[in-house]
Design a binder for this molecule. Sequence first.
Ligand SMILES: CC(C)(COP(=O)(O)OP(=O)(O)OC[C@H]1O[C@@H](n2cnc3c(N)ncnc32)[C@H](O)[C@@H]1OP(=O)(O)O)[C@@H](O)C(=O)NCCC(=O)NCCS
Length: 158
Amino acid sequence: MARLRPMRWWDIEPVLRLERTLFVDDAWTEGVFWSELAERATRHYLVADADEAGDDPDEEADVLGYAGLCVYGRDEAFVQTIAVAPAAQRHGLGTRLLTALIDESVARGCRQLDLEVRADNATAINLYARHGFTQIGRRRGYYQPSGADAIVMRRKSS
Ligand SMILES: CC(C)(COP(=O)(O)OP(=O)(O)OC[C@H]1O[C@@H](n2cnc3c(N)ncnc32)[C@H](O)[C@@H]1OP(=O)(O)O)[C@@H](O)C(=O)NCCC(=O)NCCS
């Protein structure tokens, strides 16, 4: 079973390979990951790896998935990203990563957790809906260069 652990700078390379495979035109650059990891107080990034590798910078981990949370304002949070390698999808890893971000936002006292998702990404929208997210808005042509709309979803903590 995959292990979830904090993302470290030495995970950026394998994470970037997955990022480019999964998000193609919308892929984050290396610089975005570096600056996200630098914001230690407000960010919470996890990777899922296949084994005990990844504790050592000299040994590249086999990253199966990753996810990141941003906490902002007094009690709000945002799902920055969530992704699972194609070969590891549909085994519950996306659910585990999302649950870990939800738990972290609740532990930090956040009352709401928001995210944006491509309107054509039914798999992700279903995953979020199963975990209490509901649509609160739509941003037309938000993703560039594709021009795809973004659905804005929110989960309120009770
Ligand atoms: C969205 C994403 C993170 C989901 O990851 P995942 O690991 O496949 O998620 P899960 O396995 O928890 O759930 C996905 C589906 O697999 C099903 N599933 C989970 N465990 C399963 C199992 N053991 N056997 C069969 N199906 C299973 C779930 O019921 C769910 O079904 P649904 O799509 O019909 O709702 C993944 O598809 C992904 O990385 N996509 C590309 C990047 C992306 O779009 N990210 C979101 C950006 S907003």
